[in-house]
Design a protein around this ligand. Structure first.
Ligand SMILES: NC(=O)c1ccc[n+]([C@@H]2O[C@H](COP(=O)([O-])OP(=O)(O)OC[C@H]3O[C@@H](n4cnc5c(N)ncnc54)[C@H](O)[C@@H]3O)[C@@H](O)[C@H]2O)c1
Length: 249
């Protein structure tokens, strides 16, 4: 495990939901964080909150469906902070639309944010991590990476493909000491995404997103020798951390 204090994280989807809690957790762990999101106002509010607590964070407003803008956002973060210890691609959108009703443009946008974002973000930091022989990359997984769900015409294939990308990059990253893993939530989480899409049945066992955040600080500190090519469960990892901390007093 690597000490993450003073190290750099690039995080997407930071403005609200799970991403905002991950940002708070990484900052609490002493990391400097490039916060990327398409929602400028909410990103600015989070930046003010974190900076008022003394954190070193850089907000970057970017639409991750746009590969050119995404690569430029990473360049901005690299120029400001240098090579990140961890890249966490957390942003996603979920639209439930049948094949009859979806347009190619809307289908493509969802896949571009989930899978295209994972590719462009990783491609943009990869050579830097290779040179550093150090890095951890985490993509947000989901039950939709393993199973099909009604009307998830783009989200489910996007999450499945992201899992495949992780497996391939983990093989390539091993010789460069770059860990590449995915993190499922393990539980439904109470966020804007679940508010707008989940049925009562899907909300069974729902937890606040802050409950999962420790798992991301944990993965920020792993290298390929410890774990790569794995699909972690954020709820289980975070619970294990919580119990260990409680036992330690
Ligand atoms: N909510 C759940 O129960 C649940 C379950 C399984 C997996 N997940 C995954 O966890 C992650 C976080 O989910 P959440 O519930 O916090 O989602 P959310 O919708 O609450 O938040 C997503 C964040 O991503 C940002 N984002 C969306 N499109 C963007 C774009 N084009 N460019 C830049 N940023 C963009 C949003 O502005 C927002 O800040 C996602 O990858 C999601 O698929 C969530």
């Amino acid at each position: 495990m690597i000490d993450i204090r003073g190290r750099v994280a690039f995080l997407t989807g930071a403005a609200e939901g799970l991403g905002r809690e991950i940002a708070r957790e990484l900052v609490a762990g002493g990391m400097r964080v490039a916060l990327m999101d398409v929602q400028g106002d909410k990103l600015a509010a989070l930046t003010d909150e974190l900076r008022s607590g003394g954190a070193d964070v850089l907000p970057i407003v970017v639409d991750l469906a746009d590969p050119v803008a995404t690569a430029a956002a990473v360049e901005t973060a690299l120029g400001h902070y240098g090579t990140p210890r961890v890249l966490i691609h957390n942003a996603a959108v979920l639209r439930e639309v049948s094949l009859l009703d979806v347009t190619f443009e809307n289908w493509r946008r969802e896949v571009d944010i989930i899978l295209g974002g994972a590719y462009v973000l990783t491609k943009s930091v990869w050579a830097h991590m290779v040179e550093a022989r150090d890095g951890s990359i985490v993509f947000l997984s989901s039950g939709s990476a393993l199973f099909g769900f009604v009307k998830e015409t783009a989200y489910t294939p996007g999450k499945h493909a992201q899992e495949g990308l992780m497996k391939v990059l983990a093989l390539e990253g091993r010789e460069h000491n770059i860990a590449v893993n995915t993190m499922s939530t393990g539980r439904p989480i109470d966020t804007p995404m679940s508010d707008s899409h989940y049925t009562e049945e899907m909300r069974i066992g729902i937890v606040p997103p802050a409950r999962l955040a420790p798992a991301f600080a944990f993965l920020a500190g792993v290298d390929a020798d410890f774990a790569t090519g794995q699909r972690f469960n954020a709820f289980q990892v975070s619970e294990a951390i919580r119990v260990t901390r409680e036992a330690a007093g």
